[in-house]
Design a protein around this ligand. Structure first.
Ligand code: NAD
Length: 466
């Protein structure tokens, strides 16, 4: 399968190509163009040229195009999901889940509307605040949700009147390219462009003087570089970065029920989710039972090629992440005790079974670092103030959860956790209407909701003397 880039309404090749590896087989399953600086320049020029006409269209027309994009996900969900599983690794039902999310988010964005307000209207002055689009938005994306994350940027950017250049992650470019090829039948030229790279063109895009805003999802280290390179032309930035999400489990919970929900929150997409549970703090009274319950669920997982029926967990998406996780797994084995899981060594593919590690604590690498993979450390705690301090003792602050039958007590504790999203008796309940933000090194700005939508606009005041 060869999949071209979309620039200025045309499907474009390049002199060189990039092989895309299926992480379940370690074999090449597709090739894409290896974009160049010239492609970035053409894509930004096309987006800049398309911007005035796009911004001048009535809002309902922009909403209608985004609604058509939602429909295009639905109409092509089966074929796109198969591509997604092959490039990303997630089991086909999870890939179809990403299709359903993508369609739902785009459907919601199609209902968004730019709002303004009257500040003063009297005999002397008519003062109004309105919101106008920014111009060209660069969307830089990671490899864990190769369709959903680009759409998180494209949807609100387009409805607000901006045009877009997307740069997918180098290891997962195929689904978004194929999807935009489908949408190109009804998209005006230049409104969405996508350039693929070998991890070298991000800085070119973020330093480009004609890019007005960068919306980035990825690691904290890259986020810092993007902020620095955006400073040249004072670009707006939204950064959705890493996390080391703590879950605090109080002693009164129903153990099997909570174990099942915690497992789901930790191991979705083989743990490669920014908001996944990354550290589970469990009260000492139920520690052994909870470790055992989690271990049993992990033992039942069927790990393999996501295209095979019955598989519940796919491989790690890429070799670099797999190698990083192998090092963390070795450290976890040294520092604690593996209840369930470990490497899958007898077949090709970047497979790690869902792994539960007990008897580890703060200061151990598997607890302190963001693993971004299927290894969950379970940490014992004695009292609430102590566990709160340990949960907050992180540079990150993306997600967190508290689990208890006493919802009031859990909510009081949740309010004291320094994270952008704190759930009670659940983990990862997100939606296009719910703001998503990070404390500390987990990000800057907001995605989703009215607040996230506003980040794709510029405030302007019209101040009229009567
Ligand atoms: P990454 O930061 O290495 O790469 C993300 C994207 O940035 C890729 O497209 C990459 O090519 C590009 N990039 C790399 N260097 C760049 C530079 N100097 N300038 C501009 N762009 C550059 O992250 P990753 O390894 O793809 O993703 C994993 C990380 O992303 C994890 O840390 C995870 O927590 C985080 N993540 C966060 C969220 C969120 O919403 N907060 C979602 C998914 C992933």
């Amino acid at each position: 399968m060869f999949q071209k880039m979309l620039i200025d309404g045309k499907m474009v090749s390049a002199e060189d190509t990039i092989d895309v590896i299926n992480p379940a087989t370690e074999k090449v399953f597709a090739t894409v163009p290896k974009g160049t600086t010239e492609h970035i320049n053409s894509a930004v020029a096309a987006a800049k040229k398309a911007f005035p006409a796009w911004a001048a269209r009535p809002e309902w027309e922009r909403q209608e195009i985004v609604a058509k994009m939602a429909q295009a996900v639905e109409d092509n969900a089966d074929a796109l999901a198969r591509i997604l599983t092959q490039e990303q690794g997630k089991p086909l039902p999870e890939a179809l889940g990403e299709m359903a999310w993508s369609q739902g988010y785009m459907g919601h964005y199609a209902t968004l509307s730019v709002t303004g307000r009257t500040i003063q209207d009297d005999d002397d002055f008519d003062i109004r605040m309105r919101r106008v689009p920014l111009g060209v938005v660069a969307g830089i994306c990671p490899w864990n949700f190769p369709l959903l994350v680009p759409l998180w940027k494209i949807g609100p950017a387009l409805v607000a009147g901006n045009t877009v250049v997307i740069k997918p992650a180098p290891t997962t470019p195929v689904t978004i390219l194929r999807y935009l090829e489908i949408c190109n039948e009804f998209l005006p030229a230049g409104v969405i462009n996508v350039v693929t790279d070998e991890n070298d063109l991000g800085p070119v895009l973020t330093a480009h003087p004609d890019v007005a805003k960068v919306s980035f999802t990825g690691s904290t280290a890259t986020g810092k570089k993007i902020m620095a390179s955006s400073s040249g032309s004072l670009k707006r930035v939204t950064l959705e970065l890493g996390g080391n999400d703590p879950s605090i489990v109080m002693p009164d919970v129903d153990i099997p029920e909570t174990a099942a929900s915690l497992y789901g929150g930790a191991f979705l997409n083989a743990g490669q989710v920014c908001l996944a549970v990354k550290r589970a703090y469990v009260h000492e009274d139920i520690y052994d039972d909870m470790c055992e319950a989690l271990g049993k669920i992990a033992d039942a997982a069927i790990v393999g090629d996501g295209l095979e029926q019955g598989v519940t967990m796919g491989p790690i998406q890429n070799k670099a992440q797999y190698e990083k996780l192998k090092v963390l797994l070795a450290a976890a084995k040294k520092d604690g005790k593996i209840v369930s899981g470990g490497l899958v060594e007898d077949k090709a593919g970047y497979f790690i079974r869902p792994t539960i590690v007990r008897d580890v604590t703060d200061g151990d690498e598997i607890v302190d670092l963001e693993q971004f993979g299927p290894i969950l450390p379970v940490i014992k705690y004695k009292n609430t103030n102590d566990v709160l301090e340990r949960a907050n003792n992180s540079d990150y602050g993306l997600g967190a959860s508290v689990w208890s039958k006493d919802i009031a007590a859990a909510t009081q504790l949740a309010e004291r956790i320094q994270s952008g999203s704190v759930w009670v008796n659940q983990h990862i309940n997100i939606g296009p209407h719910i703001p998503m933000a990070g404390f500390k090194s987990s990000g800057i700005g907001v995605e989703q909701s009215a607040e996230g939508f506003e980040e794709y606009t510029q405030v302007q005041v019209l101040n009229i003397a009567k």
